[in-house]
Design a protein around this ligand. Structure first.
Ligand SMILES: [Zn+2]
Ligand SMILES: [Zn+2]
Length: 332
């Protein structure tokens, strides 16, 4: 029986488990493991090719020499980091900051396979850059974004992620913020904290939980295995995370990426940080999360007009991901 569910944070409606109900395991198609070398002579992100990129902004040095992580400005960014002199309300020239985090010197590793200390280093570096970028008075919103494809993202298979910041707040972020503010005005509570408490009470959509974080399948999940990681402590902005929480965040992120890798056959996926705009850091009504979406080849999945159709019940997707054992399946 199809069910129409409304996302309480966006008010969007989603059909879940529509006519051709699919069980999670039906969506997992075995994928041939592509052999990727740890060094590619043509890759600008591989060690020894540092001069092929713009000068780096941040480097984490390796005790063995060389580096373990680099942050560089994007060479062919669509946004200019020079603010144009003349702006018009409806035609703001693209001002923004776009940086690339090269996550490891090893060309062959996917983010899901990074050892925990390296994933922590990635998050620490991302936060250091995020904090600094948000100090720029021209910046209204910043996010951390990752697109993983087996064929390589933007022609580059070397593991990397993006920091993107701009002078405007994207409409979906502004929409979520508005709903959250309205809910707070009516009830005096953070809508996300309230939803997390309900998830903890029912347990049915929880994929993983750690001391400081909870990973869930959203109630009105727009696509199969869409997963959100929320801090348990109320925090509007990613910049508010402390050192202990960052370590725990690395742990739960690695768990979820490993479950995707092992349980869903190394799928293409994206994630993005849904943090508050800079001006709303510290507010009582908004709560950040990391939003992860595996991109599975699903026959019949369509978006009709603005109506989303998700063939899998979020509760079944959560159970499936909970049961994926990751410790044994991930190569060392
Ligand atoms: Zn490379
Ligand atoms: Zn909250």
């Amino acid at each position: 029986m199809p069910e129409l569910r409304q996302d309480r944070f966006t008010k969007e409606w989603v059909f879940v488990a529509s006519e051709n109900i699919q069980h999670p395991q039906e969506l997992v198609v075995p994928r041939a493991r592509k052999s990727v070398p740890s060094f590619d002579p043509n890759c600008p992100f591989c060690p020894g090719h540092e001069t092929r990129t713009a000068p780096e902004i941040l480097r984490v040095s390796s005790p063995k020499g060389g580096w373990t992580l680099r942050v560089i400005p994007r060479k062919f960014a669509g946004l200019s980091s020079e603010l144009p002199e003349h702006n018009f309300a409806t035609a703001i020239e693209g001002f923004g900051i776009h940086e690339i985090i090269v996550e490891t010197p090893d060309h062959s590793l996917s983010t899901a396979l990074l050892p925990e200390p390296q994933l922590l280093s990635l998050l620490r570096s991302a936060k250091a850059r995020y904090d600094e970028i948000c100090l720029d008075p021209r910046i209204a919103y910043a996010t951390i974004y990752k697109k993983h494809t087996v064929e390589g993202s933007g022609g580059l298979e070397h593991p990397h992620s993006h920091l993107i910041a701009s002078q405007v707040i994207p409409p979906p972020v502004a929409g979520r913020l508005q709903q959250a503010r309205r809910h707070y005005g009516q009830t005096g509570e953070c809508i996300f904290c309230a939803a997390l408490q309900e998830e903890l009470d029912t347990q049915s959509r929880i994929v993983a939980a750690t001391q400081h974080f909870i990973a869930i399948e959203p109630f009105a999940s727009p696509s199969p295995f869409c997963t959100q990681i929320y801090p348990r402590r109320h925090m509007a902005n990613f910049g508010e995370i402390n050192a202990e929480e960052l370590l725990d965040f690395a742990r739960i992120l690695r768990t979820i990426l490993s479950k995707f890798y092992s349980g869903l056959e190394n799928p293409d996926f994206t994630y993005n940080m849904r943090s508050s705009p800079v001006a709303n850091a510290g507010v009582n009504y908004y709560h950040w999360c990391l939003h992860l979406v595996p991109n599975l080849p699903i026959p019949g999945l369509e978006q009709e007009g603005k109506m989303l159709l998700n063939p899998v019940l979020p509760e079944e997707a959560a159970q499936f991901l909970r049961e994926v054992r990751v410790e044994q399946a991930i190569p060392a």
